[in-house]
Design a protein around this ligand. Structure first.
Ligand SMILES: Nc1nc2c(ncn2[C@@H]2O[C@H](COP(=O)(O)OP(=O)(O)OP(=O)(O)O)[C@@H](O)[C@H]2O)c(=O)[nH]1
Length: 312
């Protein structure tokens, strides 16, 4: 059980407490709430979330600065049964990430019984050098009694360093979780400068925002068939001042999917462009011009050439 107290040490200059820094990631079966939790902790929209499983593709990092620690969060895609080359590469990427972190937070939803998926992942991470903290997510969805039962079940499932119940939606216990994760980091000097919240390449983050906008409202029709490549980002001067000119390509697998993305007379693509542009402008804190193209790349999920181009 967690024994950490949530504390705001800001302003304190306590040299007797060693500085800790390192990497942490959340793992868990699809839909366990990993991305939402990462967002709640970092406080900025850097990992794509959706109510469909397996939407997190890229390893995204957020950096959390505290007076005595620096926690670097890595967001991994869910481990799943690989059906395509993309699936296999994603699983390799997940295992690679797991082997590099200091602390792993195993996310188990409070509102669903523990299943074979949770046990499978739990066994895999038990082999790692990392400390494993069990995170019981979505506590806002259950009663205290149900939560207590789930905490007991999690406690019996494996030997965790700690168990922390949280709700990413209400924010309950988020600070406690950060304290617990930070406590298990190794003693180390700061690894990144103070003002960084992410070292994910800007283009990957921009691509995620375009992808999210393109999927909005049509997730059922095109769940995994969309990928986005940022071809170029240019700084340009205009009469209204500087702005970023971004060239993005949306890849789909079939002409029918291209039609869905573009919509009648290009109507949907305009909405996608506007939505994505606003989000990108927020991310970059700049004026943005977005040039969007939709291309059909047959079976890109199975084609090593495309996968490489798209960064997998
Ligand atoms: N009520 C409630 N819902 C949550 C909470 N955390 C996540 N969810 C919802 O659960 C669903 C899945 O959350 P994600 O964060 O996308 O889950 P994930 O584990 O990253 O999923 P994959 O990317 O598929 O591996 C979304 O609909 C979230 O809104 C929470 O604390 N409370």
């Amino acid at each position: 059980m967690t024994e950490a107290v949530s504390g705001d040490n800001s302003g304190m200059d306590d040299t007797s407490v060693p500085f800790r820094a390192g990497f942490a990631c959340f793992v868990g079966r699809p839909n366990a709430g990993k991305s939402t939790l990462t967002n709640a902790i970092i406080g900025s929209k850097i990992a794509i979330t959706s109510n469909r499983p397996q939407t997190t593709r890229h390893v995204v990092r957020g950096i959390l600065h505290r007076p005595n620690s620096q926690l670097i969060l890595i967001d991994t895609p869910g481990l799943h049964k690989p059906k395509t080359l993309l699936g296999e590469r994603l699983n390799d990427q997940v295992r690679q990430t797991w082997s590099e972190v200091d602390v792993v937070g195993l996310c188990i939803p409070a509102d669903e019984p523990i299943g074979p998926g949770d046990r499978f992942i739990s066994r895999e991470i038990a082999e790692l050098k990392a400390k494993v903290v069990a995170v019981v997510t979505k506590t806002d969805l259950v009663s205290r009694a149900t939560l207590l039962k789930q905490l007991t079940a999690v406690n019996e499932m494996a030997d965790f360093a700690e168990i922390v119940p949280v709700s990413a939606i209400t924010g309950e216990q988020i600070e406690v979780l950060v304290d617990v994760l930070s406590k298990h980091l190794p003693e180390s000097p700061q690894l990144y400068p103070d003002d960084m919240i992410s070292d994910e390449p800007e283009r990957v983050m921009i691509a995620e925002l375009v992808r999210e906008a393109a999927l909005e409202g049509v997730r059922d029709e095109l769940p995994h068939s969309i990928a986005v490549l940022i071809e170029d980002v240019e700084d340009e001067e205009t009469d209204q001042g500087p702005r970023k000119k971004i060239y993005a390509e949306i890849y789909v697998e079939r002409p029918s999917q291209k039609a869905i993305v573009i919509g009648k007379g290009g109507s949907r693509l305009r909405v996608v462009g506007t939505r994505a542009r606003k989000e990108i402008a927020k991310l970059l804190d700049a004026r943005v011009y977005l040039d969007l193209h939709v291309r059909v790349a047959k079976d890109w999920q199975r084609n090593p050439k495309y996968l490489q181009r798209l960064g997998f």
